[in-house]
Design a protein around this ligand. Structure first.
Ligand SMILES: [Zn+2]
Length: 267
């Protein structure tokens, strides 16, 4: 599933492939997964790609004689990715052909992604406006994290994944941040030691930067697509903790797997 680093890699790719180019044709739009009129994109020039949390924000300049901006918000769902030259690949949900001849396409096997096309800047979309600060774009420190998450008995991991509190943290990032900080992911918020918040914020940001460095390329790969496991704790049940050698444990919270070292991250 795409988390912040994968969406950021897609953003950088879209920026490189499309900014400054005009769209000359839209192909095969999956109208069940698009809100708005994808045909309105034809003739528009791509001005910028930004990102907030797990949402891609495209800004397209007005067509000739129309100076209104067009906004695109792309949510990748479980398996979505934008690729160059999708050709005859399966599960292509939309293509954009550009005025330099390049075609970019949205590939989405599970078909859970969604694209919104609308008049106005992409930031104005309600899904974007409701998001919390973005750790990469806005930075994240312990005091901010603690204030955004609040207090109470809710598990740390659940609150970290609420996109309105901090945008873009997914299951893998939270598991890795908690491992790096030495905090059990299921710790009730009010029991998180005061001196661990800086480490949690730094752990999340460090995980994001490491994943960006590891996965950068023309096409993102998701964990469920196979390949080596690049994570410290995620997906490593039974393997030795890199700090103390004890076996990593897996437990499920709210239907999502957690991985932790019971010695380094006591509950
Ligand atoms: Zn350990």
């Amino acid at each position: 599933m795409p988390e912040l680093p994968e969406v950021e890699i897609v953003r950088r790719n879209l920026e490189r492939w499309t900014v400054g180019r005009a769209i000359v044709a839209i192909g095969a739009p999956d109208l069940g997964r698009v809100d708005g009129d994808p045909g309105a994109l034809v003739g528009r020039r791509v001005r910028a790609w930004r990102r907030r949390g797990k949402l891609l924000l495209g800004e397209l300049a007005g067509a000739d004689g129309d100076d209104g901006l067009l906004g695109v918000v792309s949510h990748l769902g479980m398996t979505g990715k934008w690729v160059r030259e999708p050709g005859d690949r399966r599960f292509v949900r939309m293509t954009w052909t550009l005025d330099d001849g390049l075609t970019v396409g949205l590939v989405d096997a599970r078909r859970l992604g969604r694209t919104f096309v609308f008049a106005g800047p992409p930031d104005a979309h309600p899904r974007v406006a409701s998001l919390g600060p973005d750790p990469l774009h806005d930075g994240l420190d312990g005091a901010t994290l603690r204030a955004r998450l609040g207090r109470g008995r809710a598990p740390l991991k659940s609150r970290l994944m609420e996109q309105g509190r901090v945008a873009g943290l997914g299951n893998i990032c939270v598991v890795e941040a908690c491992f790096r900080a030495g905090v059990h992911p299921h710790t009730p918020l009010s029991d998180v030691p005061a001196d661990r918040w800086d480490a949690l914020a730094a752990g999340a940001v460090a995980h994001i930067h490491k994943t960006l460095a590891d996965e950068a390329g023309d096409e993102v790969a998701y964990v469920n697509e196979g390949g080596p496991n690049p994570f410290l704790a995620y997906g490593r049940e039974g393997e030795p903790c890199p700090h103390c050698g004890d076996a990593i444990v897996r437990a499920v919270l709210a239907g999502r797997p957690s991985f932790f070292c019971p010695s380094c991250q006591p509950l």
